[in-house]
Design a protein around this ligand. Structure first.
Ligand SMILES: CC(C)(COP(=O)(O)OP(=O)(O)OC[C@H]1O[C@@H](n2cnc3c(N)ncnc32)[C@H](O)[C@@H]1OP(=O)(O)O)[C@@H](O)C(=O)NCCC(=O)NCCS
Length: 157
């Protein structure tokens, strides 16, 4: 399932992640986060429709991990991880991945979509705000370094 997306430029495509993508995904993860997910965390999400990779010129340049789980009679979408290779940022790839993830989660009947973001991560917070995510609450000491998380929510109802 590879379809061109207008947001990220002509050569960008987005498709569901495959096992062969994982090394490149982990490399981007390691370059992006101080507490990166390990390889086996990504492996768990293989086959998940909301685990998507962005490909530019045959290289993996970004990914998003998202899913939908039932929660007290509602379907809660969750964007669990998103990153773009440092050399490819600010070219619309993060937006293209998020756009596609939101449409997958919506197709899988998510009623709302949540995500957690560090208060210090201004780039990500700006991106989520521009998509209509609203800050819901703060979770103290959510990250391993004692940093709080801001939970942001996007309502599809
Ligand atoms: C957050 C992240 C995924 C955003 O990815 P990205 O590809 O840079 O996102 P986009 O390019 O779609 O948008 C980012 C900015 O670039 C701008 N932009 C988009 N297309 C552009 C273009 N063609 N030229 C210049 N700027 C552009 C956007 O307007 C946006 O600007 P803004 O911050 O002023 O709103 C990326 O910064 C990243 O990987 N960060 C590290 C990992 C991380 O923090 N993940 C989130 C955890 S919660």
């Amino acid at each position: 399932m590879t379809a061109p997306v207008p947001e990220g430029g002509d050569s960008l495509s987005i498709r569901q992640a495959q096992r062969a993508d994982l090394l490149a995904v982990v490399r981007i993860e390691n370059a992006s986060f101080s507490q990166p997910w390990p390889h086996n965390a990504f492996e768990t999400f293989l086959g998940e429709p909301g685990f998507l990779v962005a490909i530019d010129n045959r290289s993996i340049v970004g990914y998003v991990v998202s899913d939908v789980t039932p929660n007290y009679g509602r379907n809660l979408g969750h964007v669990k991880d998103i990153a773009v290779h440092p050399d490819y940022r600010e070219a619309g790839i993060g937006s293209a991945l998020l756009t596609r993830a939101l449409s997958v989660l919506s197709a899988y009947d998510a009623d709302s979509i949540k995500l957690e973001v560090r208060p210090s991560n201004n780039d990500a917070r700006r991106l989520y705000r521009s998509f209509g995510f609203d800050p819901l609450r703060r979770v103290p000491d959510y990250y391993d370094n004692d940093e709080d998380a801001i939970v942001m929510i996007y309502d599809l109802e």
